[in-house]
Design a protein. Structure first.
Length: 136
């Protein structure tokens, strides 16, 4: 699945995007990485996830979110969005954000890259992208 920025509605990809290792259609580097760490579930989650579309979605909509502040730019929040969707894709089916939140908070200093924000400043953005990923 892919989403266009214009409609933000699901559309089916027309290319097979073959896995460079297995040759299976529909693979994505995120799915490959998650798959090696989490088995077939990660591979399947990666197929439903297109990071380019997710970045475009959050770039277009983050200003509409209740936690938006004018003094923060998207580039500083992007790691939090990415962290949310990647961890949601890698977690067990049915697992709730609240069940992994303490681990997310503990590992945020490593995951945040160049983001200047502490966990308390990005928790809601991470939850937002987690929820979007889980809603698929």
């Amino acid at each position: 699945m892919n989403k266009t920025l214009d409609t933000l509605e699901p559309v089916v990809k027309t290319n097979s995007n073959k896995d460079p290792i297995t040759g299976a259609p529909g693979s994505h580097p995120v799915g490959t990485g998650l798959g090696s760490a989490g088995g077939a579930a990660g591979h399947a989650a990666g197929e439903a996830l297109d990071p380019t579309v997710e970045v475009a979605y959050w770039r277009a909509t983050y200003v509409t979110r209740p936690y938006y502040r004018e003094d923060r730019n998207f580039e500083d929040l992007e790691p939090a969005y990415r962290y949310g969707w990647e961890r949601a894709a890698a977690s067990k089916a049915g697992q709730k954000f609240e069940e992994v939140e303490s681990e997310l908070e503990r590992t945020w200093p490593t995951a945040r890259g160049k983001s200047p924000y502490e966990w308390k400043d990005v928790r809601d953005a991470t939850l937002d992208s987690w929820t979007r990923m889980r809603g698929r």
